[in-house]
Ligand binder design. Structure first.
Ligand SMILES: [Zn+2]
Length: 221
């Protein structure tokens, strides 16, 4: 009788197993769901992730700390709750990716494309998002403490209740973004564009607007 392949025992939120990958040798979980801090990832991890993303298969809860995923094509990928702290996602394509609740602390997303990505309640403390494209992304409730968002594009992004304390937003574009209830204590907004952004005056009082405070915040008629 052929031995059946043991499936990864990862369960997403107590539901039925949401992972169809085989368990790793001597493990009950697959290579993506085996914990480790960080663990050695297989050489083909990028291809595995790209193929699963393309096929619409879940990558939720994947443990990918410090993974090298520069330039990876992860459009629409389901990476909810994934552990991606310290990962290199520079130049990655994360358009429409689902990253709600993901841990991206200290990750590099320099020049990444993440338009329309769902980053609600994600942790992005000290992440590097310089020149990242985040138009229309949801960052509601996300933590972006001391994140580097230099010249990032956040037009139309939902940043309600996000923590941007100490974040670097020099030259960032935040036009029509929603920053209500966002915390901007010590955030640097030099040359940031805030045209038609929804933001409370109290939030701006805590921020560093530069010497001349030359925010582009034209009131629309
Ligand atoms: Zn798994």
């Amino acid at each position: 009788m052929p031995r059946s392949v043991r499936r990864c025992s990862f369960r997403n939120g107590g539901r039925e197993s949401s992972c169809d990958l085989p368990a790793a040798p001597r493990r009950t979980t697959c290579v993506l769901h085996t914990p480790g801090d960080p663990k050695p990832l297989p050489r083909n991890v990028r291809r595995l992730l790209e193929e699963r993303a393309r096929a619409g298969r879940s990558l939720a809860g994947a443990v990918l700390r410090e993974a090298s995923l520069s330039g990876a094509d992860l459009r629409q990928a389901d990476l909810r709750g994934a552990a991606l702290s310290g990962a290199d996602l520079s130049n990655a394509d994360l358009r429409g990716a689902r990253l709600a609740g993901a841990d991206l602390e200290g990750a590099t997303l320099r020049d990444a494309s993440a338009e329309g990505a769902d980053l609600r309640d994600a942790t992005l403390d000290r992440a590097v998002l310089a020149r990242a494209a985040l138009e229309g992304a949801s960052l509601r409730g996300a933590s972006l403490e001391e994140a580097d968002l230099t010249e990032a594009c956040l037009d139309g992004a939902d940043l309600r209740g996000a923590c941007l304390d100490g974040a670097e937003l020099t030259g960032a574009s935040l036009e029509t973004s929603d920053l209500r209830k966002a915390s901007l204590v010590g955030a640097r907004l030099h040359r940031a564009k805030l045209t038609r952004a929804a933001i409370e005056d109290e939030s701006l009082e805590d921020a560093d607007l530069g010497e001349d405070g030359d925010l582009e915040q034209d009131e629309e008629d």
